[in-house]
Design a protein around this ligand. Structure first.
Ligand SMILES: [Zn+2]
Ligand SMILES: [Zn+2]
Length: 332
């Protein structure tokens, strides 16, 4: 999907508030240079929230980030993942092997684990969806070839000990963290809220720089679910948000509003593009909505988002799907 880039950085650790450390881990993904894991003091050890993607040298990066703040992998007493994307749970098995800790994650992780159980079938399914969306044969074959050569980004199959659902609390020295389901970005997404410290670990649900992504094909309306999940976090009392990528930020409500505005803008531009063309495939609409940013590395990612927008507009009654092959969209 995204082209691998050369590693130029190593893991880095820094304290964000007493008892909480940001572990910044490099990623080999174009446009996504690093992700964050969070170490939270707990008794004689730590709770680790997220753990980065498994690639060559990635466990060393996590160790180095921990060492910089006086911690070690062996200190991990519990691993909690905000969602089942490889940059957040990829190293789970390695962390568990080193520390003996349990993994807690939301049970709806099949969007990752089904694809890992049968990679050929998952790839075939994605190719078929792309073909039905009007992606031409040649670039599709090239993309599939690249995907086949890529690693999984996982150090092993997930072995969760507990379902991370509302009602489950994560105990730390900072106090207990409550779990809120926030599907949309991924069906398995949750955020963790610490009410006394007014802290939020937001995963990829709300990022410092507004950037949207939705997993397609696992739930009826990822865009609608994402909007409802924005309402969920907007109601929480939050002073500092610790997001899955980039620096912590303070203005959560402003970021929620920014996300809502961008979704609205995208939905309007998709609707306008369909109206202007009269009828179009999802693939034909990509340059209308995303313009110059359409590159081979990002096309698959943008197509996924486009399908989510189209299906959301179909559910809302604004667009109709013509059951042709490839599928064509037109105004209702
Ligand atoms: Zn994610
Ligand atoms: Zn992420």
């Amino acid at each position: 999907m995204r082209k691998p880039t050369r590693r130029t950085e190593t893991g880095r650790g820094e304290r964000v508030v007493p008892g909480a450390w940001r572990l910044r881990l490099p990623l080999p993904l174009a446009g996504v240079p690093h992700c964050n894991a969070w170490a939270l003091a707990w008794g004689d050890g730590i709770v680790l929230v997220d753990c980065g993607m498994a690639t060559r040298g990635s466990l060393r990066d996590l160790e180095r980030a921990l060492e910089q703040v006086g911690l070690a992998l062996e200190d991990v007493r519990l691993l909690v993942c905000t969602h089942a994307h490889i940059d957040h749970c990829g190293q789970a098995v390695s962390v568990q092997e080193r520390s003996g800790c349990e993994l807690w994650i939301h049970p709806r992780h099949e969007h990752l684990t089904d694809a890992l159980d049968d990679r050929d079938a998952a790839l075939a399914r994605r190719i078929e969806i792309a073909r039905q969306s009007g992606v031409p044969e040649a670039p599709l074959r090239e993309w599939a070839e690249r995907r086949r050569e890529q690693g999984t980004g996982m150090s092993g199959p997930l072995r969760p000990a507990r379902d991370l659902l509302p009602g489950v609390v994560v105990e730390t020295d900072l106090g207990t963290w409550d779990v809120y389901e926030t599907p949309g970005h991924a069906p398995s997404h949750v955020v963790l809220h610490q009410p006394q410290g007014r802290l939020l670990i937001s995963g990829d649900h709300v990022l410092g720089r507004v950037s949207l992504y939705f997993d397609h094909g696992w739930t009826p309306d990822p865009v609608g679910e994402f909007l409802a999940s924005l309402d969920v976090v907007e109601r929480l009392d939050v002073r500092l948000t610790l997001a899955g990528h980039a620096r912590p930020f303070t203005d959560l409500v402003g970021h929620v509003q920014g996300n809502r505005a961008l979704v609205r803008e995208r939905l309007e531009s998709v609707t306008a593009a369909v109206r202007a063309r009269g009828e179009a495939t999802a693939f034909e609409l990509l340059p209308d909505v995303y313009g110059e940013r359409l590159a081979p590395e990002t096309a698959a990612w943008l197509l996924t988002k486009m399908l989510c927008y189209l299906e959301h507009l179909e559910l809302g009654g604004a667009l109709l799907r013509a059951e042709a092959d490839p599928v064509r969209w037109r105004p209702a």
